[in-house]
Design a protein around this ligand. Structure first.
Ligand SMILES: C[S@@+](CC[C@H](N)C(=O)[O-])C[C@H]1O[C@@H](n2cnc3c(N)ncnc32)[C@H](O)[C@@H]1O
Length: 338
């Protein structure tokens, strides 16, 4: 038996738990943050659990942290002392590769320190042991989850935890001139699906306005054809590589093989969206990539996803499906044209 903390986007914990229940018999859950974070007992050893999640990554489980140790919270400096001792006992681990410290805290936790203070102290201990600390691309993460009265501490790699951000909460800096927050969704998709948009040439952006996704693809050097009956932001005026069609996507046709990338963020009925995307498949080259958000507007989101994916699979091969941190009532799929 092993214990873990699972995290999903706010309001989606029940779906993350349902997906896990379908994969593993005999799970026991306890809520840590309503609708978002839960503790679970899993009747599998660590390797089996990590392996299972690696080969069947769930859509709604955003992050997972092992609970290797539980420390009672004293509410004073003893807590930092206890965490420092725990790190000192992991000398060999600290020396084996760069470490990041992640701290998350529930509202009302008796643990009195901020993430920054905890990091400063624990990083000093790691360095004293001859280890290396980092924020970017760590080889391992020491995760501390401060519940109300207990600290749950676990070690893991970014791959095991499904993310290298605390709780999978991926943060991007808002840039000057950024048109919409929607841009973060595509940036996160690029990382989550290990895509490198600069390696594509011709993109079709369906449901493009106000233009955050189009902006990102133009910045990556692609030629972009955007379709939306709504106006694109004036900041996009004058991009020579942009063709903006102010139309409904169902009224537009293209020559076969015009694009090697399709992105679609229509926030529309999922089945209608799938129909519309399928109408555009001839315009895509063989093997073209597609990044598509699926709005979860119905009572049975897992069924909606299955239905939409099955429909799209008539022309595409599903590579990965994930609810990204920047997705609200939606999730994102990455497919390749057959
Ligand atoms: C969530 S917004 C897209 C945001 C965009 N990805 C960005 O980064 O700024 C959804 C857009 O889909 C567009 N849309 C909805 N149905 C459409 C259709 N049938 N054809 C083209 N665009 C459509 C809407 O006009 C709206 O601008």
């Amino acid at each position: 038996m092993t214990e873990w903390i699972g995290t999903a986007n706010h309001g989606f914990a029940s779906l993350a738990m349902e997906e896990l229940r379908r994969m593993i018999q005999g799970l026991k859950f306890t809520q840590l943050i309503a609708g978002e974070t839960f503790r679970m007992e899993v009747p599998l050893n660590r390797e089996a659990m990590v392996d299972l999640l690696r080969t069947n990554e769930p859509i709604f489980l955003r992050h997972i942290q092992a609970i290797d140790r539980i420390l009672p919270i004293q509410g004073n400096a003893d807590d930092l002392q206890a965490l420092s001792e725990l790190v000192r006992h992991a000398r060999a681990r600290c020396a084996s590769g760069s470490t990041a410290i992640h701290l998350r805290k529930v509202d009302g936790s008796r643990y009195p320190y901020s993430a920054a203070d905890t990091k400063t102290v624990l990083e000093a201990v790691i360095m004293e042991l001859g280890g290396e600390t980092t924020m970017q691309a760590p080889e391992q993460i020491l995760s501390v989850f401060a519940g109300t009265d207990e600290l749950y501490v676990g070690w893991g790699t970014p791959t095991e935890q499904l993310s290298d951000w605390p709780g999978g909460a991926v943060r991007f800096q808002r840039e000057e001139g950024q048109i919409s927050r929607a841009k973060f969704k595509l940036l996160e998709a690029e990382r989550a699906f290990n895509l490198h948009f600069e390696t594509f040439r011709d993109a079709l952006d369906i449901g493009a306005a106000p233009g955050g996704w189009t902006q990102l693809l133009l910045e990556r050097g692609l030629r972009v054809t955007s379709i939306d009956p709504a106006e694109l932001h004036p900041k996009l005026d004058g991009y020579p590589r942009l063709t903006a069609l102010k139309k409904n996507a169902s009224d537009v046709t293209f020559a076969p093989g015009s694009f090697d990338l399709l992105v679609c963020d229509m926030s529309w009925s999922p089945m209608q969206m799938a129909k519309l995307v399928l109408e555009k498949t001839d315009a895509l080259r063989e093997g073209a990539a597609a990044v598509i958000t699926i709005k979860l507007m119905h009572k049975k989101p897992l069924q909606t996803i299955r239905d939409v994916v099955a429909k799209l699979e008539t022309a595409f091969e599903l590579r990965k499906a994930k609810q990204l941190f920047h997705n609200r009532d939606e999730m994102t799929i990455y497919m390749a044209k057959r």
